[in-house]
Write a protein that binds this ligand. Structure first.
Ligand code: SF4
Length: 419
């Protein structure tokens, strides 16, 4: 198999969940059925979670058999589910070719905008971008995910939660660089947003990128979803050291692109800035960030790095983060600090991609065994089960006040695996 996923079976059947509504219309037209039937089938797939055309009892038995002859409705196979003591939950999915991907569910009861339940979704198996701070990058790119594999993460996690807990936000910040897999990401988000499918607002879906400039322009031209840019540095040389993509599209080109994106009036770009001790956490960096963002409709998320024994990068102190944020806020930049979440299950920023081989050995039918195995694995890696002492003082408080003249500043509770 190449980098593209298989969306057609050897017997010629197509993956109907990798189609948007127009694709379903063509499929239904192919069996000679009316257009309105397509909408009915589309709803069955994404609103009712049908896993086979034989479930669609609002169409004739013959039509069901014909659809089943031409297409199929794949589901992800849950390999294991890990629950963090802070409420974060990681889903590990085994794909049809034996590869693994992960999704992370992050509850946030104290979000200033109201209760939030965010699902962080993967877009590739591994990743080609090789950001120095990210363990997913160590895997290299194995393959892209299909639109079906991307959207099924939302469908199936929501089904697992039941009707009483609704996922409110989706971020494509899991394994992979979403804009390196643009067409499937666009189709998947169409199926997440369509009112006759999963019905999420475009305001609640964010696609993250390291800065693939042409694809950023294409995404904003083709889709209304939010865009987040993983920035992490303030000079070309500094960014090149931790994000190899900077050699292809420079920091200046990236910022020019961000400034020129035709965003609707109500939208802002989000910049993610992972902070590393002694590398990009100085006041000079904060000052350069202010200059980079001058005149842009944007917000900034500061993410203190999650230390990992496999990296020589360090996390800055809370005081450093606080001062850094203060300077930005005082210059009018809307700035939040993310609290680390899900670290005890390797679901925090930059930690995804290691659970697959664990799931191989642990039965999905025994999640407590999976949990124990994860703990043993974490202990072997030398990770502690708890967020380090002192982190909660700054990052654990829901918010701290800023001067009356300052723009709003918050300390959010959500942290996404791969910023
Ligand atoms: S941070 Fe994102 S883009 Fe960079 S290597 Fe990790 S998954 Fe890929």
């Amino acid at each position: 198999m190449g980098l593209a996923p298989e969306t057609t079976l050897p017997d010629g059947r197509v993956d109907a969940k990798s189609l948007n509504l127009s694709g379903i219309r063509q499929l239904v037209e192919g069996i000679g059925k009316e257009d309105w039937r397509a909408l009915q089938i589309y709803k069955w797939i994404w609103k009712r979670g049908a896993s086979s055309f034989h479930d669609v009892d609002s169409i004739s038995r013959q039509a069901r058999a014909e659809l089943d002859h031409r297409a199929w409705l794949p589901m992800l196979d849950l390999a294991t589910r890990l629950d963090s003591e802070d409420g974060t939950r990681k889903y590990v999915w085994r794909l049809s070719d034996g590869a693994y991907i992960e999704s992370v569910l992050i509850p946030d009861e104290e979000h200033p905008g109201g209760r939030r339940l965010t699902l962080c979704v993967s877009s590739q198996v591994g990743c080609a971008m090789a950001c120095r701070f990210c363990l997913t990058g160590d895997l290299g790119l194995k393959r892209h995910l299909s639109a079906s594999e991307i959207a099924n993460q939302l469908l199936q996690v929501q089904a697992d939660l039941g009707a009483n807990r609704r996922i409110t936000n989706v971020v494509l910040m899991g394994m992979g660089e979403p804009l390196h897999n643009l067409d499937p990401v666009i189709i998947a988000t169409q199926n997440m947003m369509h009112n006759d499918a999963m019905g999420m607002s475009h305001r609640k879906i964010t696609v993250s990128t390291v800065g693939l400039v042409p694809a950023m322009k294409e995404l904003t031209a083709r889709s209304p979803v939010n865009i987040a840019v993983s920035l992490n540095a303030t000079t070309q040389e500094q960014r090149r050291q931790i994000m190899p993509i900077t050699a292809r599209w420079s920091l200046a080109e990236l910022m020019d692109c961000c400034k020129a994106l035709p965003l609707p009036r109500a939208k802002r770009i989000t910049f993610e800035y992972v902070m590393f001790k002694g590398f990009n956490d100085q006041m000079d960096d904060a000052q350069r960030l202010v200059e980079l963002m001058q005149g842009m409709r944007c917000k900034l998320n500061l993410i203190p790095y999650n230390e990992n024994p496999q990296r020589d990068l360090r996390r800055p102190s809370d005081l450093t983060v606080w001062r850094f944020q203060d300077l930005l806020v005082s210059r009018g930049i809307h700035t939040s600090v993310r609290r680390t979440r899900g670290r005890d299950i390797s679901a925090a920023c930059g930690q995804l991609g290691g659970a697959g081989h664990l799931a191989d050995r642990v039965s999905a039918a025994d999640p407590s065994a999976a949990w124990r195995a994860a703990q043993i694995q974490a202990a072997r890696r030398g990770e502690t089960r708890h967020i380090e002492d002192g982190k909660g003082d700054l990052l654990g408080s829901p918010s701290r006040s800023s001067r009356a003249t300052d723009p709003p500043t918050t300390v959010t509770e959500s942290a996404f695996p791969n910023a």
